[in-house]
Design a protein around this ligand. Structure first.
Ligand SMILES: C[S@@+](CC[C@H](N)C(=O)[O-])C[C@H]1O[C@@H](n2cnc3c(N)ncnc32)[C@H](O)[C@@H]1O
Length: 256
């Protein structure tokens, strides 16, 4: 797909992610090197926040907005057959280098996770950790994930919590306040001053969208900072705030 055909937010986010990909290299290297999956800014272990199914051996999986693709690497080591798609060629360059270094190869596609060039019902699991989960329009990528999944297939994604978005100042590196700064009414598309655009939905809207798209919701896990945690590496997730309110949420749904 050429840049001209891409929706405006996809073009803006491509430019943003190509420009900032260097910042994510070290984190990608660390995550590829670890064996046990951990989730979100506080690295909560999979056993405490089970985003992935217990058993993925033999599953066809797709990571929507895979970035440096460490989630797909974890899946491949557990016997899955992953594919990753990402909007940023520079993020994929890191992913490809890490594939070579770890001698663990799977297909990586450069493209928009809102329109994936695979046939319907090609996958058993669609996963996103801060990829399509926040950078794609939910009214487009969630129906697209439903199309890609076989009946009984799983969708699992992690995103910022709604309350953290409502309390976020315009500078994404500033900590969230203890006061709502944004209305929840109409919550959908959030443009950020540095040019990127992300998306969040209130819980009622998300539940209705998932159900309407053909999913049965299995769980929604709210993630807090673990007891005694230090501040996360991300300004938007200080430990004190994140110990009181959920900073992230995991959604798990099953394709009917
Ligand atoms: C924070 S990273 C998350 C990925 C992975 N968990 C990681 O940390 O490397 C966000 C990724 O979403 C990708 N992204 C943004 N918009 C996208 C789109 N429309 N389609 C596919 N990927 C997209 C970005 O290029 C970026 O690599």
């Amino acid at each position: 797909m050429t840049g001209i055909e891409l929706p405006e937010h996809v073009r803006a986010n491509r430019e943003y992610w190509d420009a900032t990909a260097d910042r994510w290299v070290a984190a990608g290297e660390r995550s590829w090197a670890q064996d046990e999956p951990t989730w979100g800014v506080f690295h909560v272990p999979q056993r405490e926040a089970p985003l992935l199914p217990d058993e993925v051996d033999g599953m066809d999986t797709i990571e929507l907005g895979c970035g440096t693709a460490y989630v797909s690497a974890w899946l491949a080591r557990r016997g899955a057959k992953p594919v990753g798609i990402d909007n940023s060629e520079r993020q994929l360059a890191t992913a490809r280098r890490l594939q070579d270094e770890h001698d663990l190869h799977f297909p990586l596609l450069h493209g928009n996770a809102e329109q994936v060039p695979y046939a319907s019902a090609s996958f058993d699991l669609a996963v996103s950790e801060y990829g399509a989960a926040i950078w794609c329009d939910p009214y487009v990528w969630i129906p697209e994930a439903a199309r890609l999944l076989r009946p009984g297939g799983r969708l699992a994604f992690l995103c910022n919590s709604v309350v953290s978005v409502l309390c976020a100042p315009d500078d994404e590196n500033e900590p969230p306040t203890e006061r709502m700064l944004r209305p929840q009414l109409g919550l959908h598309r959030t443009p950020w001053p540095e040019g990127s655009v992300d998306f969040h939905l209130g819980h009622g809207d998300m539940i209705r969208l998932l159900r309407r798209s053909g999913f049965e919701i299995e769980d929604m896990i709210e993630i807090f900072a673990p007891e005694g945690a230090a501040d996360s590496a991300f300004g938007y997730a200080p430990a004190g705030w994140s110990r009181q309110w959920p900073v992230e949420e995991i959604w798990k749904a099953r394709r009917v």
